[in-house]
Design a protein around this ligand. Structure first.
Ligand SMILES: NC(=O)c1ccc[n+]([C@@H]2O[C@H](COP(=O)([O-])OP(=O)(O)OC[C@H]3O[C@@H](n4cnc5c(N)ncnc54)[C@H](O)[C@@H]3O)[C@@H](O)[C@H]2O)c1
Length: 386
């Protein structure tokens, strides 16, 4: 069992809680999971046992109701049983931007201290605390990371605040004997994953991206919150660097790539629409242009990765891994401590380390040749030899 705590019971949390319950109940071969088994854990081993928010619509309510409270927009995909997990009051700090006060409606309940929250994490035996605060929560993210470190609990930073990629926090977690993964969840087939895959394909085939943008629009509080340009800075850095690091000259590429949220369109709800444009130079310096429109359920994309990452965190802690190991984060996060040039490279180095540590992971998602399994021996390709 993996005992998960959540900071920020917003739309991602709603999809995450519902998806765990949906997969637990659905019989047969699960569809859409990156890995069915991570460290011997299935998705049904995940249990949310603790949750913090600051909204008066959510604090004090059972998690099964709070995930549907306004301003959350994820529809009711499943009837959730009462969980007995009552959403606790957190510290507001910079979690609520001025233009979001009406939406997030901060409660005037007393705000707990760091020590009180660390005691709670210990008393609920939380294994992994997941940070799902709004973008721009610089202080609040560091506060909750310190709560986790002080309680010796693993911390997954799903948002674009740079803690896992900050050596000071890596040291803090190492010293406290706990684990830190992050930063900024890279959705399953979200705009960053798709943009990176195209850019790394161009580099792999001898081309180079000379200019590119990724314009994203959506209709939930995540997008509304990001209307404040000052809160957006780290999100842009995270997304831009994620694409630039696929290129032969990342430093040159970074100035020619623009990636980030670009508009709030309320009727879209949790649907995210992403417009990706890439101009690359190919053979003889002639241009190649890609224009692509991607439409996804933004919160499903994030939850698909979270269900892997919380199991990974638990398995790593069990094997004594501490601090902020770059190889553990580069496949799953946009701004990891050590970026990889491609998704394949990130996944290969994750599998290699997990094999060294004796942590099982199934199914293997790399091409057969990267798994050092000749095509000829793979029964899935038998039809090619007929
Ligand atoms: N595909 C994705 O959805 C995706 C990908 C990467 C990163 N993220 C990031 O994940 C985060 C969560 O996204 P979301 O859509 O659930 O956001 P959301 O706006 O739906 O939810 C944020 C929640 O945080 C709560 N909150 C605000 N300040 C708080 C504080 N100080 N303490 C505790 N709770 C507080 C709010 O009341 C709200 O319930 C965002 O930063 C988002 O950018 C999402």
């Amino acid at each position: 069992m993996i005992r998960v705590g959540i900071v920020g019971v917003g739309n991602v949390a709603s999809m995450f809680v519902q998806s765990v319950e949906l997969y637990r109940r659905s019989p047969g071969e699960p569809v859409g999971l990156i890995h069915t088994n991570v460290g011997g854990y299935g998705i049904g081993d995940i249990k949310v046992v603790y949750a913090i928010d600051v909204s008066r619509h959510k604090v004090g309510r059972d998690l099964s109701e709070a995930v549907f409270a306004k301003p959350n927009r994820v529809p009711r995909l499943i009837e959730l049983p009462e969980t007995g997990v009552i959403v606790r009051m957190g510290r507001v700090l910079d979690g609520v931007a001025e233009h979001m006060v009406e939406d997030f409606a901060p409660s005037d309940e007393r705000q707990p201290t760091l020590e009180e929250l660390a005691d709670e994490l210990r008393s609920y035996s939380v294994d992994v605390l997941v940070n799902l605060l709004p973008v721009g929560s610089r202080e609040a993210t560091r506060f909750y990371a310190e709560v986790a470190a002080s309680a010796g609990v693993a911390f997954v930073n799903a948002i674009p605040e740079f803690v896992a990629s900050d050596p000071r926090y890596s040291r803090l977690f190492e010293e406290s004997g706990s684990l830190l993964l992050g930063d900024d969840i890279k959705g399953q087939l979200g705009s960053t994953a798709v943009h990176r895959a195209l850019a790394s394909l161009i580099a792999m085939r001898g081309g180079e991206v000379v200019e590119s943008y990724q314009l994203n629009v959506g209709g939930n509080t995540d997008f509304k919150n990001m209307l404040d340009q000052l809160r957006l800075y780290s999100k842009r850095v995270s997304k831009t660097v994620a694409v630039a690091t696929t290129q032969p000259a990342p430093e040159r590429a970074v100035d020619r790539i623009f990636a980030g949220p670009s508009g709030y369109v309320p009727f879209l709800g949790n649907t995210k629409v992403s417009y990706i444009y890439i101009k690359a130079l190919g053979f003889m310096g002639l241009p190649v242009v890609i224009d692509l429109k991607l439409t996804v359920d933004d919160k499903a994309m994030a939850s698909a990765v979270l269900v892997d990452v919380v199991r990974l965190a638990k398995a790593l802690v069990e094997r004594g891994v501490r601090g902020s190991p770059g190889w553990a984060s580069s496949f799953y996060f946009k701004h990891p401590p050590e970026p990889a040039r491609s998704e394949e490279e990130a996944l290969a180095s994750l599998y290699e380390k997990l094999d060294e540590l004796g942590i099982p992971v199934e199914p293997r998602r790399l091409p057969a040749w990267m798994l050092k399994k000749p095509l000829g021996e793979d029964p899935r390709y038998a039809f090619l030899r007929r």
